[in-house]
Design a protein. Structure first.
Ligand SMILES: Nc1ncnc2c1ncn2[C@@H]1O[C@H](COP(=O)(O)OP(=O)(O)O)[C@@H](O)[C@H]1O
Ligand SMILES: [Mg+2]
Lengths: 267, 719
């Protein structure tokens, strides 16, 4: 079961945007995907056309410590989503205490995390969270979006020192940075891109252009490429998806974007 | 042993046989048969084999037959009945001697041609020499010079070993500002002494690169220019200069006004092909003022660039060679420049070349003085002698008229005999050069080039010949545009007069021929002279057509390419598309904008173009919209963006590569000349070409649109 965690020290940097659109991209390319929203704001579902009124989620399973998969929704071909659900302070504390147990996901959510044919993409709240720490055990790749603005530079060293998790990122392929909202028309923005490239080297997975198509697509609860099939941000995310697929050992085809898992590969 | 046999063969068989062939007198009938047999042999040989040996034999036959003709002329035709015939007869004879000498020299020059390979650069970059790139300019617009400078910045060479300088003899503020912005050196001086040569010499005192590269300010180099040339200078420390071809990417007046889009080699291709390669074989490559790399240490020995003549380039090379330095020619087009725009400017430029070369001929004649090998002397002599061509050309134009109008006979003897001797001589000089240089110059075109210049150059040639210290450097204007077709009668005034007299001469001759009862004429001589004059009339008409200036709206190098481009709309929506073509001022991309994205409501403001070398953004105006394409003009081009566009348009290693021309065919070439004249006089080919262009380019083009508006405005003013 391949797992991608999308996390970041800051909010509003495009985690949810990236999670949802990566999921769309993979699903369209023939890979079964489930996205999990670990953010109590419970907003990821809005990217998949789930109505505001539908407030169910895995938080409802906390009480019984049941199988979360029963809360998952099918939101498209190959595409599933597991919302956080409407929660109270008490629910969230209970969740954290559950997640405190070592190997919680492997031991209790095996249905979700032991299916080798489904790609899991998890979206997190900004900064540190218990969920992020618990997921570290099952995560293959962590993807950290950052904005291409001057304030992000302060975060560079923090990320390099792996301070987000208060420990090494995971035992998979480690972390990768995605620089979001790049705009080559702005000089300082270009300089930050150059700085990030030299700073992170191969750990810089890709860049996403500032593109209003992203906002418009979110407003219409669509994939970016459904709103504007030539969207520059949409294309950038597709490139990132291909790179992630390669990192995860998927069978990536040049023209057809088949990202199904390589059947010969045993993980 | 074999060597001895060869010498013996040459002495005992070859030399006597050749001499015998040259001097045996024959009557008209025998000579005619002999000429035809020789022609037959050579034509068969030509078709049988393309080997160099066969070419050499053909050159030999050609030289022998021409020598036979000259011998005949010397011994049998110089008897005259009156002093006026004597003078005119000798004038013609001297002109023929000139042509004969040029034939001998150029046969020698082009018999062995050196195709020099590129010498690769050493792997160890630290051994590469430092290079100063000089871009001299005097009064050319910044728009032209900027491309050249930015292209030089795209040269692939270690940054710390490459310095680029604008040498501005115009002392213009905007040039200094541009140099700072682009990040190149700016050198200027207080006077303009010795024009370009003085400008270069002054710069040499300000910089210290081991090698000096000169690009005239309109020559845009490819990125591999230095890597293709400098290797030779590293490998051979006695090499002072490596010259590359001058390629013009805009049509010169002859191409534009007379070829009208036909595939005919342009004027320079002969010189920058067989001639310079032949020179190179004898270590006699000339410096041509631009697109060359020169060793500073060598220039130090000659006190820099030569300042005594108005063609400092050829003279500098000559002086370097007198000091024992070698020169080389790399026949690989690594830079492209602007041809002269108008016929009159072309004439002015050639006027300078002719004056300069004759100055060198007088002041520093390559036949004399120290330091040159015999072949070097011949190669330099050939180049300088060529520039006297104006005088014999005019003589050949005028002399048939002397017979047609006044019945003066300038060649003694029967027309039949003269024809029998002249025919093989003329045939071979056409036929052999068609084989040897046919891919670089088609038959008859050389005569048209010469005729175009000849009437203008006679007097300057004579003046400079007799007082070689006169002569000022003039800068050739470039990069202008011509908006409307017009006939520049001023540029061809003498040609018009000559053509007029030729036409009447021919008519007069014809009248004499058909009414022999009233006139006392030799019929065969009349026919011969009418043919000669008609041929002249055709060529001079072609030259006159060159002055019919056809419009060349702004020259734009447009490159077809396929690279990703991002389209920014005012709302912030950014879409991906494909760039299809690019020019300095705009581009065209695939129309990928979603149907419901309205370009009027949400206009495109910027494009982001990604190339192998990086990414740049440029603000644009949408100036054309079709279902499949969008066309843009750039509204604001920063120096960095400009450099990237130059890099894309001009800097590729293969930017200036062109396919070879088809081999020459004498008859086809003659009819092509006729067709060019016809089309030029009838204006039609040009119109047709424009119509084709219109179809290709249907989408609205801002620049053309503006031009139209301007034209309309002017028309109104005139009305
Ligand atoms: N590349 C982009 N171009 C334009 N807007 C973007 C881009 N990426 C994200 N946004 C917008 O920024 C806001 C925050 O994005 P979001 O994905 O919710 O961030 P996070 O989940 O990290 O808080 C959203 O309104 C989103 O539409
Ligand atoms: Mg979020």
């Amino acid at each position: 079961m391949p797992v991608i965690s999308v996390c970041s020290p800051k909010g509003g940097v495009g985690k949810t945007t990236l999670t949802s659109n990566l999921a769309y991209t993979f699903a369209r390319a023939g890979t079964k995907v489930i996205t999990i929203d670990f953010d109590p704001q419970n907003a990821l579902r809005l990217y998949f056309g789930i109505p505001l009124s539908e407030e169910g989620g895995f938080i409802e399973k906390i009480e019984s410590n049941g199988d979360w998969t029963t809360a998952a929704l099918n939101v498209g071909k190959n595409l599933y989503m597991l919302p956080f659900g409407h929660s109270t302070q008490e629910d969230r504390l209970k969740l954290d205490s559950l997640l405190m147990q070592p190997n919680y996901f492997k031991d209790y959510q095996a249905a979700l995390f032991c299916n080798p044919d489904v790609l899991v993409i998890a979206d997190f709240p900004p900064g540190f969270s218990q969920a992020l720490k618990a997921m570290a055990d099952v995560t293959d790749v962590s993807v950290i979006p950052l904005l291409a603005d001057a304030a992000s530079i302060a975060l560079f060293s923090q990320i390099e020192n792996e301070e987000l998790l208060e420990g090494p990122f995971n035992n998979g392929s480690g972390y990768f940075v995605v620089l979001n909202e790049v705009d080559n028309r702005i000089k300082i923005n270009r300089e930050i891109q150059e700085f990030a490239a030299s700073n992170f080297g191969d750990r810089l997975l890709g860049m996403i252009h500032t593109d209003t198509s992203v906002i418009e697509a979110a407003a219409q609860q669509q994939a970016i490429s459904d709103f504007n099939r030539n969207s520059s941000a949409g294309f950038d995310i597709e490139i990132i998806a291909r790179k992630l697929a390669t990192i995860l050992g998927f069978d990536v085809k040049q023209d057809t974007i088949v990202m199904q898992r390589n059947p010969n590969q045993k993980r | 042993m074999i060597g001895l046999l060869k010498v013996l063969f040459i002495l005992v068989v070859f030399v006597p046989l050749t001499l015998f062939t040259i001097i045996s007198p024959m009557n008209a009938h025998d000579q005619y048969i002999f000429g035809l047999v020789m022609i037959g042999c050579v034509v068969v040989a030509n078709h049988a084999s393309k080997k160099h040996f066969v070419s050499m034999m053909m050159i030999l036959v050609s030289v022998v037959m021409s020598t036979r003709y000259m011998y005949f002329r010397t011994t049998q035709t110089l008897e005259f009945h009156s002093w006026i015939e004597l003078i005119l007869g000798w004038v013609l004879f001297l002109a023929e001697i000139y042509v004969y000498i040029i034939l001998l020299l150029s046969s020698f020059q082009m018999s062995w041609s050196l195709r020099r390979p590129v010498v690769p650069m050493p792997d160890d970059v630290s051994t590469w020499p430092t290079v100063d790139v000089y871009i001299p300019t005097y009064n050319e617009p910044l728009q032209i010079v900027a491309d050249t400078v930015l292209a030089a910045q795209c040269l692939e060479y270690p940054k710390d070993k490459l310095n680029i300088y604008i040498l501005d003899d115009g002392r213009r503020k905007e040039f200094a500002a541009f140099a700072t912005e682009a990040g190149v050196g700016y050198i200027t001086r207080t006077d303009n002494a010795h024009a370009k040569a003085g400008n270069l010499n002054h710069a040499m005192t300000m910089t210290n690169g081991e090698l000096i590269t000169v690009f005239d300010c309109d020559f845009i180099c490819t990125k591999i220019f230095l890597q293709a040339t400098v290797g030779a200078l590293i490998k051979d420390p006695k090499l002072a200069l490596i010259q590359t071809p001058h390629h013009f990417y805009t049509p010169d007046p002859i191409e534009r006004n007379l070829y009208l889009g036909r595939d005919i080699p342009s004027e320079g291709e002969l010189f920058y092909g067989p001639v310079q390669r032949g020179n190179d074989n004898w270590n006699a490559t000339f410096f041509c003022g631009s697109c060359a790399v020169i060793r500073r240490a060598a220039l130090d020995e000659t006190n820099g660039f030569a300042v005594e003549t108005v063609t400092e380039d050829a003279h500098t090379a000559l002086r370097l060679q007198r000091k024992g330095w070698k020169t080389a020619y790399l026949d690989k087009v690594l830079a492209g420049g602007l041809a002269t725009e108008r016929t009159i400017l072309h004439v002015i430029q050639r006027n300078r070349w002719a004056r300069g070369m004759i100055q060198i001929f007088r002041l520093d004649n390559p036949l004399f003085g120290r330091g040159l090998s015999f072949p070097q002397r011949l190669c330099y002599l050939s180049a300088m002698m060529y520039f006297f061509v104006a005088i014999p050309t005019v003589i050949f134009m005028i002399l048939p008229l002397v017979y047609l109008y006044f019945g003066l006979s300038v060649v003694h003897g029967s027309a039949a005999l003269l024809f029998a001797y002249a025919m093989p001589h003329l045939f071979f000089s056409l036929y052999v050069s068609s084989r040897i240089t046919g891919r670089y110059r088609y038959s008859f075109w050389g005569m048209i080039y010469d005729i175009l210049l000849s009437f203008h150059l006679v007097i300057p040639t004579l003046v400079v010949f007799f007082s070689p210290h006169k002569g000022k450097f003039n800068v050739t204007d470039k990069g202008g545009t011509i908006d409307k077709a017009y006939f520049d009668a001023h540029a061809v005034k003498p040609h018009l007069f000559a053509a007029f007299f030729m036409l009447f001469g021919i008519i007069f001759g014809a009248v004499k021929y058909f009414l022999p009862q009233y006139f006392e004429v030799q019929l065969s001589a009349t026919v011969l002279n009418i043919c000669w004059a008609t041929f002249n009339l055709i060529l001079i008409t072609a030259a006159i057509c060159v002055a019919r200036e056809t419009p060349n709206k702004r020259q734009r190098q447009r490159l077809s390419l396929e690279s990703p481009v991002l389209v920014y709309q005012a709302s912030g929506i950014v879409s991906r598309s494909t760039l299809r073509d690019l020019s300095m001022t705009g581009c065209r991309i695939d129309n990928v904008i979603n149907g419901d994205l309205d370009l009027d409501e949400d206009p495109i403001t910027d494009l982001e173009i990604t190339t192998e070398h990086g990414t740049f953004c440029v603000p644009v105006n949408n100036v054309g919209k079709r279902d499949d394409y969008l066309r843009f003009s750039f509204t604001e081009v920063s120096v960095n963006t400009h450099r990237e566009i130059v890099r894309l348009l001009f800097s590729r290693a293969d930017t200036w590569e062109r396919p070879m021309h088809k081999p020459d065919n004498i008859l086809v070439s003659f009819f092509t000349v006729l067709a060019c004249i016809h089309d030029s006089l009838m204006h039609n080919r040009h119109k047709e070409r424009q119509d084709i262009k219109k179809v290709e380019d249907q989408s609205l083009d801002l620049e053309k649109f503006e031009q139209q508006l301007e034209n309309i405005g002017e028309d109104r003013k005139e009305a």
